[in-house]
Design a protein around this ligand. Structure first.
Ligand SMILES: [Zn+2]
Length: 565
């Protein structure tokens, strides 16, 4: 197999120098490549050789990258040759923040489209939930997922009164795809003991109409007492495990359909991931971000970030939530929200002292911390805690992560750079959620999802779709990052535009860096894992407003075709 020295030498093949050597040594016998792809427009995302025409794969890794002549010359009798006929090839995309809840996609009521911009009606939501309610026993929750308040043709929020039409005897909830707000019927609010006189708890709100009556919208931590009431559909532990496995197998198929070959999972079923891997249904690589019992087990057992292999590896922690949501307008800001009275600054969901303690403990265990922080106030809190932990217990190799890291200024960016932090910013939001940006206004949006500012400061910003809140299609993300123009043709934060090449790097190599894997993946480089995507068109030359429509022809992980159009 490819030894360390040989691999190091083959790294030079990319520069053209090694290809001649490779053609004599590798063409003979069983050392020939498994696969040669040629006549391609290869965008390698490798600064040493940004473009190529061809590459060879053996044992799941790229072994040579170069011109058609150089690479075709390596082929042996059993080498599979693929003529790309001028199609574009890029490294497999990497999503650094994903709640890969495939079981919801498979088994639950979806009241919105998880993958694309699609408008629904409140009537359609009520209809779907009514059908579900009839199939469930009394007092059992009827729940809908993937609601998006700005993708509803009615042009207003769904209310408790709407959901009372689903049932007055069963608790009903519609969960926003953003994950920070839910909408309940009267029965659910009553079961949670919530009345018009119930005060807002810390870190959440019970929203009201102009008369002061509950309107059904409940934000962040205020949802807990309601969600605890009532019964949910029950499954045996075996059924639960099976649903979870099927969900993971399902979402893995969805990932490769959109070109993702590596995804950072926010917690979830680690045993299930291993089970679907064993049966051959894991099509993408997983950076597993632990939380709760799994994180505690890691700390107890001394398992650090990086433990695992090229398919399933322990990454940073799951996002530790410090504030509310960007898309649902509950993030913690230093300026009050425009047009909201009394003055509202968003929800901080963690005290500085608690955050200090949590970060110190995880950091000392050799695990990269990962905090969810959207607003500038929350990001500053994370920085305070990370800087404090690094000062007390220096660990220069640490790559802390701030998930979302949405609203920044120059001061915060400088601190992020100094603390070696990787922001995993929303990507698809720049296309998908432009209908929400008027809530923040033009000035703030020049500081939101600040890809340009991060790159200019030398911060290896990565992509974090935050599925389910955001669609995970990388090409949708790239289109939005390049144009800053959304589905509704509105442009927000134009000063944060990046080039196609920069957007590619953010969605590939920078993602590999976020999990300390830039030496083994993220670019088409000899010696790295053969994760790549074949695209029907070149994203550099199509109309930038059509990048998201480019067909994914083939997705390959570790040299194996995992999706084919
Ligand atoms: Zn998230």
């Amino acid at each position: 197999m490819i030894g360390r020295n040989r691999r190091g030498f083959l790294g030079l093949a990319g520069a053209g120098l090694g290809a001649a050597w490779a053609s004599s040594a590798w063409a003979a016998g069983d050392t020939a490549p498994d696969q040669v792809v040629f006549n391609a427009r290869v965008y390698t995302v490798d600064p040493a050789m940004p473009k190529a025409q061809a590459f060879a794969v053996r044992g799941g890794r790229f072994i040579a990258v170069g011109t058609n002549e150089e690479v075709r010359g390596l082929a042996g009798p059993r080498t599979q040759l693929f003529d790309a006929k001028g199609m574009t090839v890029v490294p497999g995309f990497i999503d650094c923040h994903n709640h890969a809840g495939g079981d919801v996609l498979l088994y639950e009521v979806l009241v919105g489209n998880p993958f694309e911009v699609e408008f629904v009606t409140i009537g359609s939501i009520v209809g779907k939930l009514r059908a579900k309610a009839q199939a469930l026993p009394a007092d059992t929750w009827v729940e809908g997922f993937f609601y998006d308040d700005t993708k509803v043709k009615d042009g207003r929020l769904i209310t408790a009164a709407d959901l009372d039409k689903v049932s007055t005897t069963q608790p009903v909830a519609v969960h926003h795809r953003g994950g920070h707000t839910s909408f309940y019927n009267s029965r659910a609010l009553a079961m949670g003991g919530i009345t018009r006189d119930t005060p807002n708890p810390p870190g959440g709100t019970f929203d009201r109409d102009p008369t002061g009556a509950l309107n059904g919208r409940v934000t962040d931590r205020a949802r807990a007492p309601i969600d605890r009431a009532g019964l949910r559909q029950r499954f045996t532990p075996e059924q639960e495990a099976q649903r979870s496995r099927e969900g993971l197998a399902h979402i893995s198929k969805q990932f490769v359909r959109f070109g993702l070959t590596s995804v950072h999972h926010e917690g979830g079923d680690l045993a299930g991931l291993q089970a679907i891997r064993a049966r051959g249904d894991l099509r993408h690589r997983v950076s597993y971000e632990a939380q709760g019992p799994e994180l505690e087990a890691m700390i107890r057992a001394g398992l650090k970030t990086g433990f695992g292999d090229e398919w399933i590896k322990l990454g940073a922690t799951s996002e530790h939530t410090v504030d509310g949501s960007f898309s649902e307008r509950t993030m913690a800001l230093s300026h009050p929200y425009a047009g909201v009275s009394p003055p509202y600054y968003g929800n901080l969901t963690e005290t500085q002292a608690d955050l200090d303690a949590w970060i110190e403990r995880v950091h000392r265990a050799g695990i990269d911390v990962n905090c969810h922080a959207n607003g500038d106030v929350a990001i500053a809190r994370v920085l305070n805690s990370v800087e404090r932990a690094q000062k007390l217990f220096p660990r220069p190799e640490a790559r802390p992560k701030i998930t979302h890291c949405t609203i920044v200024d120059d001061g915060l960016i400088a601190r992020i750079k100094a603390a070696n932090i990787t922001p995993a910013c929303f990507t698809s939001y720049t296309y998908y959620n432009t209908d929400k940006f008027h809530f923040y206004g033009a000035e703030m949006m020049e500081h939101a999802m600040a890809f340009r500012s991060f790159l200019d400061a030398g911060v290896p910003v990565a992509a974090g779709s935050d599925f389910s809140p955001g669609p995970f299609a990388p090409l949708m993300g790239i289109q939005g990052m390049v144009t800053r123009t959304g589905w509704n043709d509105e442009t927000w934060g134009a000063s944060q535009r990046v080039s196609v090449d920069e957007a590619l790097r953010i969605n590939t190599l920078n993602g590999a860096h976020a999990s300390h894997e830039e030496d083994i993946k993220g670019s088409i480089t000899a010696g790295k894992l053969a994760d790549y995507v074949i695209l029907a068109d070149d994203l550099h030359t199509v109309d930038p407003k059509k990048i998201k429509d480019i067909q994914i022809v083939r997705t390959v992980t570790g040299g194996t075709t995992m999706y084919q159009a």
